[in-house]
Write a protein that binds this ligand. Structure first.
Ligand code: ZN
Length: 530
């Protein structure tokens, strides 16, 4: 018989503990909606009363299908539940469920909490009772459970048992310090589920030995039926269990897929890569290219023989179908690759050619030659597409830059301050029209970019939404002399991003090539007339 497995997301609470992560109320509401749409069962919003953002968040009305959960401490030692302001605030929050954190290790109770083992159990009992009386679903995070269990299994168990006896829907076993290994998790969770039904046991794993995902799956094998984690593994120190890796594993690996149902449908699984990227975008972080399942390189194959096997049957070198999680297959064009890579890439970008077309061989030669000089077409997909289109004779000559001039000057200004001023002048020919543009920038490449995109005559409207989002420079040791490689990432008004490349001994030249490729790519993509 199939069993239900519940997913609990703590991106907004534990994930927000990560260095450099700072969510606003609006961010939190957006992420909660994203998680709800994905099919997550529980969304932990934060810690009402602990900071203004979370207090405001829990004052908001939300329309979520997911159980919106408030996090907080059990009542303080030596106080009654009704006489603990923190607990009162937690119970007043607009939440469907309350998740208490309680220590489940005798060492932590004595050293960190400075109270007795009995008082800690009483605090769990009173807090669960108070939240139940307010009509909330109750979860108890048993903090330091695994370390506590290793030192004193009876006490760790009695913390969990107290919560269950008092009517908590879930006791969640936490590997708070993240040091427990999968075989230990499986053994300890197995011992717990021998006494407490697995349908009431959850797992909360941290990634300090990079096994938070493995530990979560080990707990499920041992009977736990709730997994707590975060999007992209966000969390303090090394992060929490990554739901973006756990969800597809539960959905696509037979051991789990055949036994369990989760709230995420097959259709929603296809939006997983998108959800992962949205979060990175909100945090202004570059997505991890090598993230399992959803990373840009997760289904990228470079070597020629692998690529030709994949072209015959993708299952030869892929553990799951990339489309299942909303990702895509990528065959990298590189000097190791052969004709089959080039043909697959041409197919993907919609340039149909006969496989025996001599131009395919010419394109492959051009790629190899240019990569030997330092071009990186693996990264610069837009420059590859232009090279391919040019080899196939399909890129109009929209405009010519007949000359450009970049001037960098350091001098004293009128106030006697030392300043560096950069100015670029670009002369462009569009059809019979000659255009001259000048721009100041905060550096030579910025000035050149601004001048170049200032006036392209009849093409200006096509590039109005174009902007540069990243600029990377690398000095390559090209044998006798060093060359500079510039990679530029651009974005347009539709949110599409692309990367272009330029290579030269001169950094301005290299940048100019990459800028030109970006503009021409945008014109091609927008279907600008020749
Ligand atoms: Zn945690």
């Amino acid at each position: 018989m199939r069993q239900r497995l519940y997913l609990f997301d703590t991106t907004l609470r534990d994930g927000a503990q990560m260095n450099g992560v700072d969510f606003t109320v609006q961010d939190k509401l957006k992420i909660a909606a994203l998680l709800d749409d994905l099919g997550i069962d529980y969304v932990e919003g934060g810690y009402p009363g602990a900071n203004p953002t979370d207090t405001e968040l829990f004052a908001h009305d939300r329309k979520l299908g997911a159980t919106f959960t408030a996090f907080g401490m059990t009542r303080r030692p030596g106080r009654s539940a009704s006489n603990d302001p923190g607990l009162v605030q937690l119970l007043d929050a607009k939440a469907d469920a309350v998740c208490f954190v309680a220590k489940a290790s005798d060492y932590q109770v004595r050293v960190a909490l400075e109270t007795t083992l009995e008082e800690n159990l009483a605090s769990i009992r009173d807090s669960v009772r108070a939240a139940k009386a307010r009509g909330r679903e109750v979860l108890v995070d048993c903090e330091h459970f695994f370390d506590g269990y290793k030192a004193n299994p009876d006490y760790a168990m009695s913390c969990a048992q107290t919560a269950v006896d008092e009517g908590a829907r879930w006791v969640v076993l936490c590997d708070t310090n993240g040091g427990t290994l999968p075989h230990e998790v499986e053994a300890i969770v197995g011992a717990v589920t021998a006494r407490i039904p697995g349908e009431r046991v959850g797992i909360h794993a941290h990634n300090d030995t990079e096994q938070a995902v493995a530990n979560s799956l080990a707990a499920v094998r041992a009977g736990a039926r709730q997994i707590q984690g975060t999007l992209n593994g966000l969390g303090e120190r090394c992060g929490n269990a990554n739901l973006v890796s756990i969800i597809p594993t539960l959905k696509l690996k037979p051991e789990f897929a055949e036994r369990f149902d989760i709230g995420v449908t097959d259709a929603k699984l296809k939006s997983l890569a998108h959800a992962s990227r949205i979060l990175d975008e909100m945090l202004n972080r570059a997505p991890d290219r090598h993230a399992p399942y959803v990373g840009e390189s997760a289904f990228a194959t470079k070597a020629g023989i692998h690529a030709s096997a994949i072209a015959k049957d993708p299952a030869t070198y892929e553990h799951v179908a990339p489309e299942a999680v909303g990702n895509r297959r990528k065959l990298l064009v590189s000097d190791q690759s052969g004709r089959s890579n080039v043909l697959s890439e041409l197919d993907r970008i919609g340039l149909a050619v006969d496989k025996d077309d001599p131009r395919v061989g010419r394109l492959l030669e051009a790629v190899k030659l240019r990569e030997a000089r330092g071009y990186a077409y693996e990264a610069a997909d837009a420059s590859f597409e232009l090279l391919a289109r040019r080899t196939l004779g399909r890129v109009p000559n929209y405009f010519d830059v007949t000359r450009f001039d970049v001037n960098v000057e350091q001098r004293n200004n009128a106030k006697g301050e030392r300043v560096t001023v950069t100015m670029a002048v670009v002369k462009v020919k569009v059809g019979d029209e000659e255009l001259i543009s000048a721009a100041e920038g905060n550096g030579p490449v910025n000035a050149l970019d601004l001048a170049l995109r200032k006036d392209l005559g009849k093409y200006q409207r096509f590039i109005a939404g174009l902007k540069l989002t990243d600029y990377r420079v690398r000095i390559l040791d090209g044998g006798t002399e060093a060359v500079t490689r510039v990679l530029i990432e651009s974005e347009d008004e539709t949110g599409e991003r692309w990367i272009t490349v330029g290579v030269s001994e001169n950094i301005i030249d290299a940048s100019f090539q990459a800028l030109m490729d970006s503009i021409v790519y945008k014109l091609v993509k927008s279907g600008a007339p020749a």
